[in-house]
Design a protein around this ligand. Structure first.
Ligand code: ZN
Ligand code: ZN
Length: 151
């Protein structure tokens, strides 16, 4: 995850309180765990992670909470090409970042790189265009999967 997620979770909670939104203990835990997870977990992966701390939790509660947080603009859902039927979730953060998806285990890794700006500039010069944003999507085999492959 890229910077400042903790900060944005704090802001979300404060804003929801200010608006009288109901940030229950359960919802807060789900948001906290999502913020602490790497990449973009599926609802099921998030459920597995939260359940370790809240054994009575239901998957349907995780789904409902994610929808609610999404409506609040605090969680974003997106589908990646390698498993397009599967929604993956992340705490909304305005900072531009990029993604790698493992074609084997479907895991998503977020990254940023100092080499992105040169790509933007190169394109802008070549096509005399103004680039407003950039989102790179890389595909391949993650290190876990490539290690398993060798064995
Ligand atoms: Zn993998
Ligand atoms: Zn992301």
């Amino acid at each position: 995850m890229i910077r400042n997620k903790e900060g944005s979770v704090q802001e979300t909670i404060q804003r929801l309180h200010a608006q009288g939104g109901r940030m229950t203990v359960q919802r807060r835990k789900i948001l906290d765990v999502l913020a602490a997870m790497q990449g973009h977990p599926t609802a099921e992966e998030l459920y597995e992670a939260v359940r370790q701390q809240m054994p009575g939790l239901h998957l349907s509660t995780v789904y409902r909470t994610l929808r609610w947080l999404e409506q609040e603009g605090k969680v974003s859902a997106r589908r990646f090409e390698e498993d397009a039927r599967q929604e993956r979730f992340d705490v909304s953060h305005p900072k531009e970042h990029h993604h790698f998806q493992c074609t084997q285990c479907k895991k998503v890794i977020e990254f940023d790189s100092p080499f992105i700006d040169p790509v933007k500039n190169h394109f802008a010069n070549q096509f005399s265009a103004q680039v407003a944003s950039i989102s790179l999507m890389l595909y391949g085999i993650c290190s876990d999967c490539s290690q398993n492959h060798i064995i």
